[in-house]
Design a protein around this ligand. Structure first.
Ligand SMILES: Cc1ncc(COP(=O)(O)O)c(C=O)c1O
Length: 371
């Protein structure tokens, strides 16, 4: 299969490990292995004894059990562990869709949510959201773009890159539409549990709808991207069975240390999420003040959840790409221009779940004073 380059990941490959300040990261401040091992008294001894043979195809029983506890109506047998959320996206798009099928994708989006299906010969329609509408998903528009060959809808809440989170009533209506048309709903929930008010947390789609596939990962909310552990959970066992079989051609099974550490972390997930929400809670007011000070330059919409937002430059002619490149050149601060999301040239992604964010924002502030 020939596929277009993943613009965001190619950009990170070029800059992420070289620049001084990554002010656009979507994952929360990471932990070290020793911090995870300190969560349980016998964890170091267990890790030392960990058997490094092949692991179970769908994921270790202990990990699937821990993952199933994130949901209300999901048993361990309805979870398939993958190497990151990324592999699970690739897998779902490969098995659930045939060439000629139609896919509707919440847009802008994390590129793989649309690109893999397009490369497989599917017809992809962007369910476009706009900054001036608060990035709101429009269900009337969704109804209009469903076609006889539509097979699936992809949504991502809390959303990358905008930080948008739909409300529960909208989620219920979305599921009714999917059910009415017998569509699969691929629900990318990798930023779930990063809602600033718990009341805003949506139920996982897989708990509400028999044909939903919920996507989760250790990377974002829990700050454990290096484990490379993601999963899908669904009541649709047929899709899960196809995904396990197709995974034979990818990672086949997961890393044993990754699975062990993820299973260790998940029972403590509220503690890990609280740590990261506290970092976000410290950083967001700094951003509010920064954007208030520079309100002549930027539009700022404070999200209700997640680790990222997608502000814009007030003057379109300034161009987000030029702005981000010049900023990087002069200060070593990395922001992601909206061109990498194929979403115009006015917005940029900013991340606020890292401890060095205040320092990076101070650099940005000085830069603005200089130019
Ligand atoms: C919306 C979304 N889905 C999936 C992923 C992939 O997660 P991972 O890199 O941990 O596999 C990302 C990563 O940025 C993301 O933002």
């Amino acid at each position: 299969m020939k596929i277009n380059p993943f613009r965001l990941e190619r950009f990170f490959d070029k800059y992420e490990f070289k620049v001084k300040y990554v002010l656009c990261a979507s994952d929360c401040e990471s932990l070290a292995v020793e911090e995870l091992l300190a969560l349980e008294p016998d964890a170091p001894a267990q890790l030392n004894k960990l058997w490094l043979g092949y692991t179970e195809y769908s994921g270790s029983p202990a990990l699937r059990e821990a993952i199933s506890r994130l949901y209300t109506h999901i048993e361990p047998g309805q979870v398939v562990v993958h190497t990151g959320a990324e592999e699970a996206i690739y897998n779902f798009m490969s098995v659930a869709l045939d060439p000629g099928d139609h896919l509707i994708v919440h847009f802008p989006c994390y590129q793989s949510l649309a690109e893999i299906a397009a490369a497989n010969g599917c017809e992809v329609t962007r369910w476009t959201t706009r900054e001036e509408d608060g990035w709101e998903l429009d269900l009337a528009f969704l109804r209009k773009i469903i076609q006889p060959n539509t097979r699936a809808i992809v949504v991502n809440c809390p959303h990358n890159p905008t930080g948008y989170l739909m409300d529960a009533a909208k989620q219920r209506e979305l599921i009714e539409i999917a059910r009415e048309h017998n569509l699969l709903l691929f629900s990318d929930e990798v930023y779930r549990e990063l809602e600033y008010a718990t009341a805003d947390r949506l139920p996982a789609a897989c708990d509400l709808y028999e044909n939903a596939v919920s996507l989760g990962v250790m990377s974002k909310t829990y700050g454990l991207a290096g484990l490379r552990i993601g999963w899908v959970a669904s009541q649709n066992r047929a899709i899960l069975g196809q995904m396990v079989a197709h995974k034979d051609y990818m990672s086949m099974c997961n890393s044993a240390p990754g699975e062990f550490l993820a299973a260790l972390a998940l029972p403590h997930r509220e503690q890990l999420a609280a740590r990261n929400l506290a970092i976000i809670g410290d950083n967001l007011p700094i951003l509010d003040r920064f954007f208030e000070k520079h309100r002549a330059v930027f539009n700022w919409q404070r999200p209700k959840a997640g680790s990222i937002a997608f502000p814009s430059l007030r003057r379109e002619r300034d161009g987000a790409e030029g702005f981000c490149h010049d900023l990087l050149d002069k200060t070593g601060v990395l922001l992601i221009p909206s061109t990498l999301f194929d979403a115009g040239n006015r917005n940029f992604r900013i991340g606020f779940a890292r401890r060095n964010m205040p320092e990076a924002v101070a650099q940005l502030d000085e830069y603005l004073a200089r130019i």
